[in-house]
Design a protein around this ligand. Structure first.
Ligand SMILES: NC(=O)c1ccc[n+]([C@@H]2O[C@H](COP(=O)([O-])OP(=O)(O)OC[C@H]3O[C@@H](n4cnc5c(N)ncnc54)[C@H](O)[C@@H]3O)[C@@H](O)[C@H]2O)c1
Length: 334
C-alpha cells in the first residue's frame, strides 16, 4: 500500500506518520502541505520519495494508491472528492466534512469511483472504548439507558488558527462533539431522534472570533435512551491538555471512566488498570495505528471498515442539528 499524506501539521506529526510507519506492508511515497517547509521536513522525516505543495500535482502519480488527508476540516470534502475522482482510495480525518451537504457529495464521489472512503473516527479503535463496547454487547451491564460523555482540552491554538474560525472548524461542537456523538451512537447501537444544545465562548480567542469553545448537548434516542455530552477547548490549562470521562448506566450495572484515576475504569464493579496515554493525544497512539491498519485491510479486501463513511455522515448530521439547536435555542429533530 503506497500512501501520500496530505497536510503535515499537528495530527500528521503526532500520530499519522507513526501509524503508517508501524505497518509492515505500507510505504509513505509522498508528503504534501501548502507550507513547503512542512512538506519538505515531513518528506525527509518519513524517508518519502517526493513532496508536494499542491495535492492536484500528486494525483497523477500512479505509484500512489491511497491519500491520507490530515488537512483542516474545511478542506476535507474538496480534497477527498478530487482524490476519489483521480482513482485514489481516501482516508480522511474526522469530522467527515464541514457541512452535511458536502459530506453527501463525498459519499456520491466514493460510490461513483468505486474507491474506498474511510473517516478517521479514532475513538472507535481505542482499546478503552473497544473494551466497553464489547462489554455492553455481551450484556454485562444489561441494557444501557444513559450515557454521559465529557471531553475537555486546552490546546495552544494560535489566535490566527483555523480552529478559531467557525466557518472553517465548526467550533468545539463539531471538532470534539463529533467524536462523542459517534461514540454514543456506537455504544447504544442506534441514532438519536432529537437534540438540544448550548454553546459558550470562554477563551479570549473564542470571544474575539465569535466561536463556541464549550458546548453541552442532550440527545434523545427513539428507544427511550438518553445521552449528555460536554465538550470544551477551555478546560483549565494544566500539565495535561486533555481530560475525558464516561458514565454509562445500564439496567444491570454501570461503567465509569475518568482520566484522573490511577485505575481509570470501573466496569460492573471491577476496577480495571489501563496503561497511561500520551498526554499530547486524546486517543492512544495505538488507536491511530489500529485505525490505519483497519482501513488498509479494507482497501485490500474490499470489506466495510469497523466505522463506515455512513456512520461518520450520521454523526455529522446530528452535530449539524445540534448547531441549529444552539442557534435557535430549540429542540431539533435529527
Ligand atoms: N482523530 C483525531 O483524534 C484528531 C486529532 C486532531 C486533529 N484531527 C483532525 O485532523 C485535521 C487536521 O488537524 P491538525 O490539528 O493537524 O491541523 P493543523 O492546522 O495542525 O495541520 C493541517 C495542515 O494542513 C495543511 N493544509 C491546509 N490546507 C491544505 C491543502 N489544501 N493542501 C495541503 N495541505 C494543506 C496546513 O498547512 C497544515 O500544515 C482536522 O480536521 C482535525 O479535526 C483529528
Amino acid at each position: 500500500m503506497r500512501v501520500a499524506i496530505v497536510g503535515n501539521g499537528n495530527i500528521y506529526n503526532l500520530a499519522h506518520v507513526y501509524a503508517w510507519q508501524s505497518l509492515k506492508d505500507a510505504e509513505i511515497q509522498a508528503t504534501c502541505d501548502i507550507i513547503p517547509e512542512r512538506a519538505e521536513k515531513a518528506c525527509r522525516g518519513a524517508a518519502a520519495k517526493h513532496y508536494y505543495t499542491n495535492m492536484d500535482d500528486l494525483l497523477s502519480n500512479a505509484d500512489i494508491d491511497v491519500i491520507d488527508l490530515c488537512v483542516p476540516t474545511y478542506e476535507h470534502a474538496r480534497l477527498s472528492i478530487a482524490a476519489l475522482k483521480a482513482g485514489k482510495h481516501v482516508i480522511c480525518e474526522k469530522p467527515m466534512a464541514r457541512s452535511v451537504e458536502s459530506a453527501a457529495e463525498m459519499l456520491k464521489a466514493a460510490e461513483k469511483s468505486g474507491k474506498g472512503l474511510y473517516i478517521g473516527h479514532t475513538r472507535r479503535f481505542d482499546q478503552r472504548w473497544k473494551r466497553i463496547k464489547e462489554g455492553i454487547d455481551s450484556g454485562r451491564i444489561g441494557m444501557p439507558l444513559y450515557i454521559r460523555r465529557c471531553e475537555r482540552s486546552w490546546l495552544p491554538f494560535p489566535s490566527n488558527s483555523w480552529y478559531w474560525d467557525f466557518a472553517k472548524s465548526g467550533g468545539v461542537l463539531l471538532d470534539i462533539g463529533i467524536h462523542c456523538v459517534d461514540l454514543v451512537n456506537w455504544f447504544f447501537g442506534s441514532k438519536p431522534s432529537e437534540v438540544f444544545a448550548c454553546g459558550k465562548m470562554i477563551r479570549d480567542e473564542a470571544q474575539a472570533k465569535g466561536v463556541h469553545d464549550l458546548a453541552t448537548v442532550m440527545l434523545r434516542y427513539e428507544d427511550g435512551k438518553t445521552a449528555f455530552i460536554d465538550v470544551s477547548w477551555a478546560f483549565p490549562k494544566t500539565s495535561a491538555p486533555f481530560y475525558s470521562s464516561l458514565d454509562i448506566i445500564g439496567t444491570g450495572g454501570r461503567i465509569e471512566y475518568s482520566d484522573k484515576n490511577a485505575n481509570p475504569m470501573v466496569f460492573a464493579g471491577d476496577r480495571i488498570e489501563f496503561p497511561r496515554y500520551s498526554p499530547l493525544l486524546s486517543a492512544s497512539l495505538e488507536a491511530f495505528s489500529d485505525e490505519i491498519r483497519e482501513f488498509v485491510a479494507c482497501v485490500d479486501s474490499g470489506r466495510e471498515p469497523a466505522v463506515t463513511a455512513h456512520d461518520a455522515y450520521d454523526a455529522l448530521k446530528i452535530i449539524s442539528a445540534a448547531e441549529e439547536s444552539v442557534k435557535k435555542g430549540e429542540v431539533i429533530r435529527c
